[in-house]
Design a protein around this ligand. Sequence first.
Ligand SMILES: Cc1ncc(C[n+]2csc(CCOP(=O)(O)OP(=O)(O)O)c2C)c(N)n1
Ligand SMILES: [Mg+2]
Length: 229
Amino acid sequence: MLFSALAMSDRITPATFTTRWCSRGNPVRPRDGGSYVWFPSGFFTVSSATLDTILPAERTVSVDSGNFMGYPSAYLTVPDHFGFCFTQAFQSIGLGLASAIGTALAQPDRLPVATLGDGGFLMGISELETVVRLKLPLVIVIYNDSAYGAEVHHFTDPEMDRSIVTFPETDLAAIARGCCADGVTVRTPEDLDAVGNWVEGSRDRPLVIDAKVSSDGGSWWLAEAFKGH
Ligand SMILES: Cc1ncc(C[n+]2csc(CCOP(=O)(O)OP(=O)(O)O)c2C)c(N)n1
Ligand SMILES: [Mg+2]
């Protein structure tokens, strides 16, 4: 519920979100397009805000579940409530990609965008074949922190072994290309130029964006939700 409120409430605007995020010491790019201060932990935000300017406004945004989920919810604008598909109500990761396929078929006039964590993407990856086979012009954004970032919240004691919730780097763009999708690896804002090229092109293959993000130290919305757990 917290996340639905975050995304849908007119009381919690991107500006509010930005202020809260900055209060944790993470700089962001101003929404007026001005210059920003670069820190690795800000890449979640920077990449989301930049994508918002690159992707056509007439879009649907489907959001999987995980630590990352507030970033696309707050920074990728949608034309109306039919453009936002939030799977968190099911409390299950791995539903974002299949949901995005549904939005693509239901609203073919809009660009479908799936926003996923690396864990959720790998859980639902069988649907990538569906996307390719149906030739859906789907943009799949993966916030790849090489972790079950949401679970890392519970590993507060430095003595705890985090190896069960953190993973070696995985080349998701290469996996995508192996499935006959387009795949780009994004480590800097400049790398997002490849997304602009895809948007300008024929869009006859889906695009998988493997956005390598460093840990944000645990998002504030999940820290709120996990209080008392
Ligand atoms: C089917 C299922 N398994 C496990 C969980 C517990 N869970 C919630 S979020 C999460 C981590 C998701 O990782 P990722 O998709 O990489 O997103 P991140 O949290 O790193 O942003 C897990 C394992 C769940 N909600 N549903
Ligand atoms: Mg992750």
